[in-house]
Design a protein around this ligand. Structure first.
Ligand SMILES: [Zn+2]
Length: 363
């Protein structure tokens, strides 16, 4: 039996999916939430495979699947009409698009043809348009027998409350940086690399691995971060902070490119583990589906939030190691700035706010 590939952490979430697999009666909708780089889509796919694998009769082998039976093969081929996986290529995913591209939803009420269930797995489900959300809601109100919807998002607050309340939610959370560090070491990462990747990914295994795949990236991020921390050790004044704004945004940009790579998948075989992400040869010859600008913007904010988290922790650390009290006074400001990212301020504005406030953090 194949082990779950490249997965680390979130044992509670996986255990929950495992219990669902064994239970025999499924909810109509499972909603997987949590930040990027935790493996939500991979876990969702493993769940689907475990549910249909003929060697994993009734979930006796948890979330494992053989990869060799007719059901596993049908899924892997990407051609099973009983499984529809969608990763939106547009900022708004409309009902028209889903109907045209996937000939689906109208089939939701049909019994599955080959597999024991019919599946719809939708990534970034928060981009569903109003008409698609409403159609989805109707389906959830009178859930079709033997059809399972798997919705995945890092922005559950953008979903209709009625969809949220009808879904069985499984939360994926970042791991401790220590556990990610140990996991990376097990796989042969250097000590510095593992420590930095675990810290800067803030416990997101997929992101940590991506950060490690680029030899230059981690030293660059670590260098900028410690320059920043160095200035903040000294109770700086406003002019001293100005150049750091640029550095902070550049840092967020590096993190963003890593987050984009987590979703785009730099290494083809990793990426194409998930069959619905494979390009369809006859339709287009692009190597991977393009990511929307809107999604890139979301990831940009996510990245800046990560940078703030890292700086906040660094500041606490500086003070606890006997550094100036200014450091711990400055720490909460990073958290405050991060919360502004949720209220639609531009990244530059948030950084400006932060830099203006930092000198006031003087004790
Ligand atoms: Zn199988």
């Amino acid at each position: 039996m194949a082990k779950i590939p490249r997965f680390h952490g979130n044992e509670v979430a996986l255990k929950f999916l495992e219990r669902l697999t064994a239970r025999g009666s499924l909810p109509s909708t499972v909603l997987l939430t949590g930040p990027g780089g935790l493996g939500k889509a991979l876990a969702g796919y493993q769940f689907v495979k475990a549910l249909v694998c003929q060697q994993n009769n009734g979930g006796v082998r948890g979330l494992e699947s053989c990869g060799e039976c007719a059901h596993c093969k049908a899924l892997e081929s990407g051609n099973s009409s009983d499984f529809v996986g969608i990763r939106p290529k547009t900022a708004k995913l409309t009902l028209k698009y889903v109907r045209e591209e996937h000939n689906s939803f109208r089939e939701a009420y049909l019994y599955p043809g080959q597999l024991p269930y019919r599946f719809f797995l939708l990534e970034e489900c928060h981009v569903m348009s109003e008409d698609l959300s409403n159609t989805m809601l109707k389906l959830l109100e009178e859930p079709p027998e033997r059809t399972l919807f798997i919705l995945i998002t890092d922005k559950p607050s953008l979903l209709l409350p009625t969809i949220l309340s009808r879904s069985l939610r499984v939360r994926f959370l970042p791991e401790s940086t220590e556990s990610v560090e140990a996991w990376l070491l097990e796989q042969g990462a250097t000590e510095t690399g593992a420590a930095n990747a675990a810290f800067f990914s803030q416990g997101r295994p997929g992101l940590a691995k991506t950060l490690l795949t680029d030899d230059d990236l981690l030293p660059k991020i670590a260098g900028t971060m410690s320059r920043f921390a160095g200035v903040l050790r000294k109770q700086p004044d406003a002019p001293a902070l100005v150049p750091l704004g640029e550095a902070l945004l550049a840092l967020a940009d590096m993190m963003k490119s890593a987050l984009v790579r987590v979703e785009e998948g730099e290494v083809p075989q990793d990426y194409y583990l998930l069959p619905w992400r494979r390009p369809r040869p006859a339709v287009d010859d692009e190597t991977s589906p393009p990511m929307t600008n809107e999604r890139k913007r979301e990831l940009g904010r996510d990245a800046l939030q990560l940078v703030f988290d890292c700086l906040q922790l660094t500041m606490w650390r500086v003070e606890s190691e006997g550094g100036p009290a200014y450091a711990s006074a400055a720490a909460p400001l990073f958290g405050q700035a991060a919360s502004f990212l949720d209220v639609n301020l531009r990244e530059e504005q948030v950084v400006d706010y932060l830099l203006a406030k930092l000198p006031d953090a003087r004790m």
